[in-house]
Design a protein around this ligand. Sequence first.
Ligand SMILES: Nc1ncnc2c1ncn2[C@@H]1O[C@H](COP(=O)(O)OP(=O)(O)OP(=O)(O)O)[C@@H](O)[C@H]1O
Length: 232
Amino acid sequence: MDAQLSIAKKTHSEPFTLDVSFTVGNGEILGLLGPSGCGKSMTLKCIAGIINPDKGKVQLGGVALFDGEKGISLPTRQRRVGYLFQSYALFPHMTVAANICCGMTRMPRESKEQYRHRCREELHAYLELLHMEQFAQSYPRHLSGGQQQRVALARLLASRPDAILLDEPFSALDDELKDSIDQELKATLLKTQCPVVFVSHNAQEIQRYCSRTLHLVHGHLRQEGKSGCQQR
Ligand SMILES: Nc1ncnc2c1ncn2[C@@H]1O[C@H](COP(=O)(O)OP(=O)(O)OP(=O)(O)O)[C@@H](O)[C@H]1O
């Protein structure tokens, strides 16, 4: 995935400009690290199509999702980009299981019975991966912030997107839980063979997951460096 984004926004205090350019390979987890307000979420929103940059391009698998010069801007739903919002955006009237399964639109449909069987298997695998087995029939309003965050992550993975954008995916989880899901979740992300952008203000978290880190300061990339951990 290639992203070149340029955007200027008027805020209440001072104008904010974002100017970033980066490439993420298939099966690569790229870290985007920076303090609050530096433009991390705005970068992801431009890729997902929630806001349009003023200029630039976003290419995914040879398809132009956005091209300012050519006037291309695919609607969010056509981009096949899985975006884990900071607010989780779960469907309140659906159980945890239904929230996860409703994302499974790309599951092969050989027969109705096989499809159901595969959905059940995947649902179980994601619930187990994220330590949420006992909450399958719960509703989001009965879950803690950290539990809702894990459901949103499971739903994103279940949707088999072509690119994955994670905005502070562990902000609501305690350290013990983070440690216990770390390795398997990283392996799951790598197995998707998608480009993954992992946004955080926590350098240790980025180091654990990412092979490469971009540092964002006031909307501009400062430097690019190895984070010191092996990706595979
Ligand atoms: N829709 C918008 N219109 C105008 N300004 C915006 C808009 N969205 C964000 N901003 C401003 O752009 C800047 C970057 O915001 P962004 O949400 O990308 O920060 P962030 O790095 O993700 O921070 P955090 O870690 O706190 O979520 C901030 O100064 C913010 O006030």
